[in-house]
Design a protein around this ligand. Structure first.
Ligand code: NAD
Length: 452
């Protein structure tokens, strides 16, 4: 790397020592899952769980949960016949199925439940499961409203249950390594963080195909509505619920929450932002929805500011960048790159262009005298990038479930409990508040509410 303050001779002398600069040192990360479950679990440690909501995510995470040792699925619950079948197929066995979650919560042989329903159902299910003495893995975003989030924290604490929120970056070895680098001080002072996640197709924009057998006979529509406004039967609302704010929180609840969980994990913070300011809009997927297809929000946290963007009108890889005075951290999928910046002292080169040549030369001469170059061959500077990657078959959702089941067994608080889930969700609600009200959203800790 050549610096503008070096003349050609200096550069040649230093060259040998910085040959590696700009190159990257590559390491594979070791999966935590292996470390988390080194011992064969005793039969008494066996955890029996049921899945409530066996749609796309419910089936996906059932597979992740079942790949953990000494756990067993004993029932599935969903509101659509096709999903009950999909749940059974995923479990790989004939399980009791029901459209009534109460039938699961009243079973004495169920230790834990997975809640993978649309977001407006998270609060009632977590509250009722905790009251029934079950531990809960609840999909992200934890809450549909600010009020719901605090009620869920209270349910966890009052009934002394393990509640883990399903934003799996929290258990990722990639984010754990990023946290290690962050806390080592190698980044210097961090004042800015940015993250984005963009998609450019119908599925990415939640316009999913509707199964041909879906009908009022195969779906319990009234129960789906739950505490949401009453409406006539509507297949789009049932299968594409993310498009409607009655059931989801748009891009903030669907995708910001992952970026926030990652950012919390890297930096170690766990609190609502002081303020949030959003811009966005519905530009392209206008056919039938009230959720924006572009949301861009700036958040204020005490030591740094965070910019998040999700855009359903262009594809680009999910990325988080942490900017410090000594370097930059970048997480792109499962690859973490730390790039130190060259912070060695340098003579001023820009503003002295306006000095008379004589003064300029004297200044540079004096600067060089005060900062002599090291001997040839002894010059080395650590400006090499470091790249860390998870193994190709690494699945952080499996690690997240392993952490959940460890908490269920040991009663150690979850790595992503309801307090953490509430704090990331509040940031999502603030992003939406700002978008909806065309105003800055301010967090009022005293009243536990968002003010304009
Ligand atoms: N962590 C992640 O990466 C991730 C990824 C996708 C989805 N999610 C979350 O998972 C949840 C589910 O999303 P999805 O994509 O699977 O949605 P989905 O529509 O595919 O499935 C949701 C299922 O919940 C069922 N359901 C609704 N209310 C119910 C109730 N009261 N009792 C029982 N079943 C009920 C529906 O019948 C439906 O089959 C959402 O909260 C979503 O944000 C998380």
């Amino acid at each position: 790397m050549r610096n503008h303050w070096m003349n050609r001779r200096d550069f040649m002398r230093a060259g040998a020592g910085v040959a590696a600069a700009g190159a990257a040192k590559f390491s594979f990360l070791t999966p935590a899952f292996l470390a988390a479950a080194p011992r064969p679990a005793a039969p008494s440690d066996r955890i029996r769980f049921a899945s409530i909501g066996t749609g796309v995510r419910g089936c996906d995470i059932m597979r992740a949960a079942l790949s953990c040792p000494n756990v067993e699925i004993v029932a599935v619950c969903d509101l659509y016949d096709g999903r009950l079948i999909a749940g059974q197929e995923t479990a790989g066995k004939q399980l009791p199925t029901t459209k009534h979650f109460d039938a699961i919560l009243e079973r004495k042989d169920v230790d834990a439940v997975i809640v993978a329903t649309p977001d407006h159902w998270h609060r009632p299910l977590v509250e009722e499961a905790c009251a029934a003495g079950k531990d809960v893995y609840c999909e992200k975003p934890m809450s549909h409203t600010v009020e719901a989030g605090f009620a869920m924290v209270e349910a966890m604490q009052k009934h002394n249950r393990i509640v883990q929120v399903g934003s799996q970056a929290r258990s990722s070895i990639v984010y754990a390594k990023a946290h290690e680098i962050y806390t080592s001080g190698a980044l210097g002072q961090v004042t800015a963080i940015e993250a984005s996640l963009d998609r450019n197709d119908a599925s990415g924009a939640w316009v999913y195909p509707i199964p041909p057998d879906a009908s009022p006979e195969t779906i319990d529509w009234e129960r789906f509505l739950g505490n949401a406004p009453k409406r006539p039967f509507d297949l789009k609302r049932f299968f594409r619920w993310r498009c409607y704010r009655d059931y989801g929180e748009g891009l903030p609840g669907d995708l910001f929450v992952h970026l926030l969980t990652g950012m919390f994990t890297v930096t170690g913070i766990n609190q609502p932002p002081a303020r949030a300011a959003s811009m966005g809009g519905l530009f392209r997927w206008t056919e039938d929805r009230d959720a924006a297809d572009l949301v861009w929000t700036l958040f204020e946290y005490p030591d740094f500011r965070v910019s998040l963007r999700c855009n359903l009108n262009n594809e680009s890889p999910g990325v988080t960048r942490v900017f410090g005075t000594k370097g930059t951290l970048e997480i792109k999928n499962d690859v973490l790159t730390f790039t130190p910046q060259d912070t060695r002292p340098q003579p001023e080169s820009y503003s002295i262009l306006g000095w008379p040549k004589k003064l300029r030369d004297e200044y540079l001469q004096q600067w060089r005298a005060e900062h002599p170059l090291p001997e040839p061959g002894k010059f080395s500077v650590d400006v090499e990038s470091q790249v860390f990657k998870a193994p190709d078959d690494y699945d952080y959702t499996v690690d997240h479930f392993q952490n959940f089941f460890d908490s269920v067994r040991t009663r150690k608080p979850s790595v992503e409990d309801a307090v953490f889930g509430n704090h990331t969700a509040i940031a999502c609600h603030m992003a939406n508040y700002s978008l909806d009200h065309h105003a800055m959203a301010t967090w009022d800790a005293g009243s536990k509410s968002i003010k304009g």
